[in-house]
Design a protein around this ligand. Structure first.
Ligand SMILES: Cc1cc2nc3c(=O)[nH]c(=O)nc-3n(C[C@H](O)[C@H](O)[C@H](O)COP(=O)(O)O)c2cc1C
Length: 186
C-alpha cells in the first residue's frame, strides 16, 4: 500500500484480537511514531507497550480509578473497567513529555505526541494491523498516571489499541474537501 492510499483509506478498528504485533511489524509501527514532526527536536514523547498480562494490570488500575471516583460502583461497572484493556492484544500508551521551552509551548509538544499516535495508526493500517486511538476518563486519571509511572509534566495522549482485525472493517466515510477547506482571501 502506498502512502497516499494508506492516508486515504485508514479507518479505526475497534474489534481486535489474535496475537500482538511483533518483530518487524512492531518495529515499523514504533519507528513511524518517531517520525512525528517535532519543533526544536524535543522528542516530547515516550511510549509504553502493554501486552499479555500487562493488560490485566492496566485493568486493575482502571478498576482502582473507577472505585476512587465511585466508591459505590457496581460489580458490573468494575468488570467493565477491568475489561477495557482486554479489547486488543496490545496497547501502546502514548505519553507527552512536556518540557519548558522558550519557543515551543506545551500545546505544540502535545500535538507532536498526537502526531506520533497518528503515524502509528497509519503504519498499522498499511501493515494490515487493526488499530484504534482511545482515551476516555482513564487517560486523564491521576491513579492511572501514577500506576503507569508518569512523571511531572507528562500526560497520556492516547491508548493505541492494536491487533488482528476481527469482523468487518467499516467503510471509509466520504467527506467533501470543500466543506472543510476554503480559499483565503475568498
Ligand atoms: C484523542 C482521541 C481520543 C479518542 N478517544 C476515543 C475513545 O476513548 N473512544 C472511542 O470510541 N473513540 C475515541 N476516539 C475516536 C476514534 O479513535 C476514531 O477516530 C473514531 O471512532 C472515528 O473513526 P475513524 O478513525 O475510522 O474515522 C478518539 C480519537 C482521538 C483523536
Amino acid at each position: 500500500m502506498d502512502a497516499l492510499e494508506a492516508l486515504h483509506t485508514r479507518v479505526s478498528v475497534g474489534r481486535l484480537g489474535g496475537e500482538p504485533p511483533s518483530g518487524d511489524v512492531l518495529e515499523q509501527i514504533c519507528r513511524a511514531a518517531l517520525r512525528a514532526p517535532d519543533h526544536a527536536m524535543l522528542r516530547p514523547w515516550r511510549f509504553l507497550r502493554i501486552a499479555g498480562e500487562g493488560r490485566e494490570r492496566l485493568g486493575d488500575l482502571f478498576v482502582e480509578a473507577t472505585r476512587h471516583d465511585e466508591p459505590e460502583a457496581s460489580q458490573a461497572a468494575l468488570n467493565k473497567a477491568a475489561g477495557k484493556p482486554l479489547r486488543a492484544p496490545m496497547i501502546i500508551v502514548a505519553i507527552a513529555r512536556k518540557q519548558p521551552h522558550d519557543k515551543v509551548p506545551e500545546v505544540e509538544q502535545v500535538i507532536s505526541a498526537g502526531a506520533a499516535v497518528q503515524n502509528m495508526l497509519i503504519a498499522c493500517h498499511a501493515l494490515g494491523v487493526g488499530a484504534m486511538w482511545r482515551t476516555g476518563g482513564m487517560a486523564y486519571h491521576a491513579i492511572v498516571e501514577q500506576g503507569l509511572g508518569l512523571d511531572v509534566g507528562e500526560s497520556i495522549v492516547g491508548f493505541l489499541y492494536a491487533g488482528e482485525i476481527e469482523g468487518r472493517i467499516k467503510p471509509v466515510p466520504e467527506l467533501a474537501v470543500g466543506d472543510y477547506f476554503a480559499e483565503w482571501p475568498a
